[in-house]
Design a protein around this ligand. Structure first.
Ligand SMILES: [Zn+2]
Length: 287
């Protein structure tokens, strides 16, 4: 029982630290472009925090039951991280390395995603590829998605048509999410475990739907490759590694873009040189 209390206390502490980290970060970089997003982030942040608090005790009990377990089975790995209220990746297990970053590639697989996956695979760097349905309409495009999944990367849902969700009906939002999950399952044999809304715009409806679909929702900590100043290999490499927003658990937004693909290997190496490990998405808690 004492151990349980200790663990719960430790979780609470991490949560506070995570929030402080997050407060130093401007919410995201697309906020300027998407005026509703900040409100969205704050709202969903509160919700996630409440949910997190509800869930923590039972998880702690589970952790406590098998403290010595060292070799988790491949498929149902015990989660060691959760997505925080500011979208960073936060340890929920004492053994988890705090100094991690999550790599995510959005708007895939258009032109460069397969090459980016090969680059990451060579470097043994895990990542989530957030895909759009309109990029996997044809058999040829579906083969690209399968290739990325077969390399072991997590596939996330980024909506069917890259639709701004607050501009369409609930029925449309459902189609954007569920039809893409159905299609992804048809192609790779499993449904996505992660969801990221286009432009980071999450409606209350989609937050509920995403949970129903068994996915974890996330925006990101920082990303630059969609901004005019960072559309070259040199500039995106430099900012992704040297931004002051780089911190423990940072959730890194990148896209299927030529300059990002060109800089990707150096970005991974540069982050590792700074002591960061690329977190395995399989270790992140999902509903
Ligand atoms: Zn996008």
């Amino acid at each position: 029982m004492l151990l349980l209390l200790f663990f719960t206390a430790a979780c609470g502490k991490n949560e506070e630290e995570g929030m402080q980290d997050g407060n130093e970060n401007p919410e995201t970089n697309e906020v300027e472009e998407e005026e509703q997003q900040e409100t969205e982030n704050q709202e969903s942040g509160k919700e996630q925090q409440e949910e997190g608090n509800e869930e923590t005790p039972s998880e702690s009990t589970e952790e406590e039951a098998k403290p010595e377990e060292q070799e988790p089975e491949d498929k149902n790995v015990k989660p060691m991280y959760e997505v925080s209220d500011v979208w960073s990746i936060k340890p929920i297990d004492e053994k988890a390395n705090e100094k991690v970053v999550l790599l995510t590639i959005d708007d895939a697989p258009e032109e460069y995603a397969v090459d980016m996956a090969k680059t990451l695979k060579e470097l043994n760097a895990p990542a989530i590829f957030f895909v759009n349905g309109h990029f996997i309409d044809t058999e040829e495009e579906q083969a690209r998605l399968k290739e990325i999944a077969d390399m072991g990367f997590a596939i996330g849902n980024h909506t069917y048509n890259h639709t701004k969700l607050d501009e369409v009906s609930e029925e449309e939002q459902r189609k954007e999410v569920v039809e893409l999950n159905d299609l992804i399952e048809k192609v790779i044999g499993e449904r996505p475990k992660f969801f990221r809304a286009p432009h980071g715009v999450n409606t209350d409806y989609v937050k509920t739907l995403v949970k129903e679909e068994g996915m974890t929702l996330m925006n990101w900590s920082y990303g630059y490759d969609f901004k005019a100043d960072y559309m070259t290999e040199d500039s995106i490499r430099d900012i992704m590694i040297n931004t002051e927003l780089l911190s423990d658990g940072a959730n890194l937004l990148m896209h299927d873009r030529e300059w990002t693909a060109a800089a990707l290997a150096d970005i991974v190496t540069g982050l590792r040189d700074k002591g960061y490990e690329m977190v395995d998405p399989n270790l992140i808690q999902t509903p």
